[in-house]
Design a protein around this ligand. Structure first.
Ligand code: FE2
Ligand code: FE2
Length: 256
């Protein structure tokens, strides 16, 4: 069933399906915190595999766990994709691994060096540049490096089945008056500026990443903060990232 992302609203349970294909579903599973930094957590369900994308902080673990409990028992979560080690992305690994110590952690070597400082042990799956994993339905997840956006070892995850791009902090937006999906791209550019100008390394890093997406068909951009960018604004989103001036462009303008 094709869900119209452009008109979607959060369901009362907190679990909102974004894509539903046979044996392959992508859910938004929170959170609804009222701060401009609000985080998105996504869940991919595929056969026996239940993979969290950027599971989030410990502060919001109870809410996310409760939401997920409405569709699957939390101990059935089999993996977590961790786009970088920040606590708003990764700290709840402590709690998820306590529930299922066999849960796999998909991440880059640079992130894998830092995650053990949460005092956790886990089965590590190295998401080398452009590596692909195949899920039980045959759906493939492709990992695309995003160096210095904002962490040196950051990466994004492209779901080839749905053409959704889980973008981590890239295309993140700060907005206290948020909606699940972007409705006003002009206003959203300002909200993305608030994040990118301070957190993203430089236009070179942004432009280089956009270049890597050449030839990849993107249906929607699912960031870790702020609203989802549905298909009607994907092109504008790519243009935004290609042209944004941020980080060292602004701090050292004499060199850029
Ligand atoms: Fe971050
Ligand atoms: Fe973040």
């Amino acid at each position: 069933m094709k869900i119209d992302l452009q008109t979607i609203a959060i369901q009362p349970s907190g679990v909102t399906p974004l894509y539903q294909q046979e044996n392959h579903t992508v859910y938004w599973v929170g959170v609804t915190e009222e701060s401009a930094f609000r985080c998105n957590v996504y869940l991919i369900g595929d056969g026996e595999e239940w993979i969290l994308v950027d599971p989030g902080s410990r502060a919001h673990f109870p809410q996310v766990k409760e939401s997920i409990s409405t569709i699957v028992s939390p101990e059935k979560i089999t993996g977590a994709i961790i786009c970088h080690q920040d606590p708003d992305v990764a700290a709840s690994l402590i709690d998820w691994l306590a529930i299922n110590p066999a849960m796999k952690v998909y991440t880059t070597p640079r992130t894998n060096v830092l995650l053990p400082y949460y005092d956790i042990e886990y089965e590590y799956v190295d998401v080398e540049e452009n590596s692909i994993i195949t899920l039980p339905s045959g759906a493939e997840l492709q990992f695309i490096a995003a160096p210095f956006l904002h962490f040196p070892g950051a990466f994004t995850t492209y779901d080839r089945a749905t053409q959704a791009l889980f973008s981590g902090d890239i295309w993140a937006a700060l907005d206290s008056d948020w909606s699940l999906v972007v409705t006003d791209m002009e206003a959203h550019r300002d909200s993305m500026d608030l994040f990118h100008m301070d957190y993203m390394a430089s236009n070179t890093a942004c432009r280089g990443f956009v270049r890597q997406l050449d030839g990849i068909e993107i249906d929607a951009i699912l960031p870790q903060h702020g609203s989802i960018i549905a298909s009607n604004f994907v092109k504008e989103g790519l243009d935004y990232l290609e042209n944004v001036r941020c980080g060292t462009d602004l701090i050292y303008p004499e060199f850029s």
